[in-house]
Ligand binder design. Structure first.
Ligand code: ATP
Length: 279
């Protein structure tokens, strides 16, 4: 069997007042696109920072193509687009690309130029004069043009208009399909991840509640009316109201859930069991 692109083993991270990750383990094959989903404060950014080698876990480790990743290790195979989209405000877009070219051995300049042109961002514009969405497109071009083995994206489309969201999703899809890049992408808009992602990591209160291929997870669940669950194990409701449907485990009668149904029901179950959305 080939080495997974990314392995996380028993990751733990505690901040002074919060347990951000509790024994998180998963393995992701090369070329897959994984949705990282969870409520506010679930630990997604913490997990992504550790995977990107920017934050040290208290325990556990991360392997990229079998090699350990950590603070101070070679991160040339990794690109991380943080929520804050850090860019140099005084640089022009062209200067940002030039910096990317000089700092990265694997830089693909033609690709970077193509992405900026497709986003209709002027090369001569100063970064601080760009809109939030334009900044995101530049930051994403910088992350993609490094041609990383693993691309970690923390809510990359949150400030984009609907067309830009589709364009960015298409770039991510192409990157994974053409170059075999492994992508982890976090978002609160689960309905948008449905078409993009083939794997799911569902994190609540720092714990992985679901992990695996989306198709398998969907096949392992069914949607049924709340009063027709029979002997099936009920996960939780997927919508509210008198005719609420519930998600149950199993392969019997019922409708196939969407990725959103799956995550909503598991998140509702977590709230019902713990009395809170996250730590
Ligand atoms: N630098 C920090 N110092 C102290 N606590 C932190 C720090 N960063 C995160 N936390 C805490 O760790 C927990 C997980 O935070 P994290 O930012 O990883 O969650 P998240 O799932 O990315 O949230 P969101 O969806 O709101 O971005 C939260 O309780 C948060 O308050």
């Amino acid at each position: 069997m080939s080495t997974p692109a990314l392995v996380a083993r028993s990751l733990k991270k505690r901040y002074r007042r919060a347990e951000a990750l509790v024994d998180c383990s998963f393995s992701i094959p090369a070329g897959s696109i994984t949705a990282l989903v969870g409520p506010n404060g679930a630990g997604k950014s913490t997990l992504m920072s550790i995977v990107a080698g920017l934050l040290a876990p208290d325990d556990g480790d991360v392997l990229v193509s079998g090699e350990p990743v950590g603070v101070g290790s070679d991160r040339s195979q990794l690109s991380f687009l943080a929520q804050s989209k850090p860019l140099y405000g005084r640089f022009t877009v062209a200067e940002m690309l030039r910096a990317g070219r000089s700092l990265n051995r694997t830089w693909d300049d033609a690709y970077a130029q193509r992405l900026i042109t497709a986003a209709a961002v002027p090369m001569g514009a100063t970064v601080r004069t760009l809109s939030g969405g334009q900044r995101t497109r530049v930051a994403l071009a910088l992350a993609l043009a490094r041609r990383p083995a693993v691309l970690v994206l923390d809510e990359p489309v949150a400030d984009l208009d609907p067309i830009a969201r589709q364009d960015v999703q298409q770039s991510i899809r192409e990157e994974a399909a053409v170059t075999g890049t492994t992508v982890i992408i976090s978002s609160h808009v689960v309905s948008e991840l449905d078409q993009l992602c083939d794997r799911l990591l569902l994190l609540t209160s720092g714990r992985l509640r679901l992990s695996g291929p989306v198709a398998e997870l969907i096949d392992g669940h069914r949607l049924v009316d709340a009063d027709e669950t029979g002997d099936a194990e009920v996960v939780g409701p997927v919508d509210v109201g008198p005719s609420a449907r519930v998600l149950v485990r199993g392969t019997g009668d019922g409708e196939k859930p969407t990725l959103e149904d799956l995550t909503v029901a598991h998140l509702r179950r977590d709230v019902a069991m713990t009395g809170k959305v996250s730590s």
